[in-house]
Design a binder for this molecule. Sequence first.
Ligand SMILES: Nc1ccn([C@@H]2O[C@H](COP(=O)(O)OP(=O)(O)OP(=O)(O)O)[C@@H](O)[C@H]2O)c(=O)n1
Ligand SMILES: C[C@](O)(CO)[C@H](O)COP(=O)(O)O
Length: 245
Amino acid sequence: MSDASPPARTAAVIPAAGRGVRLGPGAPKALRALNGTPMLIHAVRAMAASRAVSLVVVVAPPDGAPEVKNLLDTHALPERTDYLVVPGGETRQASVRLGLDALPDGITTVLVHDAARPLVPVDTVDAVIEAVRDGAVAVVPAVPLADTVKQVEPRGQGEPERVLATPDRAALRAVQTPQGFARDTLVRAHATVTGDVTDDASMVEQLGEPVVVVPGHEEAFKVTRPLDLVLAEAVLARRRANDGF
Ligand SMILES: Nc1ccn([C@@H]2O[C@H](COP(=O)(O)OP(=O)(O)OP(=O)(O)O)[C@@H](O)[C@H]2O)c(=O)n1
Ligand SMILES: C[C@](O)(CO)[C@H](O)COP(=O)(O)O
């Protein structure tokens, strides 16, 4: 970086506007408690744990922005981290776009991190940021698959599915968040790609831009179904036993 270059500033956009249908009835998933603290607060702290992250933009459930703002105001976060809250949209993609729209000038690197991945370790966050700062326009943390995967043929209702193929597992990865981006590339992807996607990196792929993979972490799993809550609380208990926090 030349002396004249402005410093790279990193913001994390946290989509937290989902209902959590697969988790079952209750409050919106991001507001449910893990060991007494809302999942969203764990996720915000996970981003703020990186010294590189100076701003966290939380995308709240559409009618929940005041409640989320209150949660952030009343839970301890590092002083160096600013945060703001915007209401979310109908889909994850729409929610991320609303978060991007709220970013101030001067942010050059953007992380997009699911509130539903509250326990990602700071080393994973920092590895993603470093890869972007080293020149990658898009970075995903990913882990190898533990299961054999089958491609199946869609069948009519009530008919058993049939296996079409068994892809080579060695070439497959399960992708996590935070996903990291050069801000201009992610903004262009969200302005250009209109189809349904399940992550932000696939939008960048559709622009024809390269996406770099860094090692993910088993504790960055997504809280999706009820059993994931049990695992998340067990991870927190293990951390408390190991670290005394
Ligand atoms: N309209 C939406 C939908 C999802 N998300 C967020 O995207 C992340 C990943 O989504 P997922 O785990 O699928 O959450 P939900 O959509 O809430 O889950 P479900 O599909 O079970 O309802 C979550 O942090 C979720 O809050 C969002 O901000 N806005
Ligand atoms: C972004 C993501 O967490 C990466 O694994 C995932 O694609 C979200 O998918 P979901 O269907 O919204 O759970």
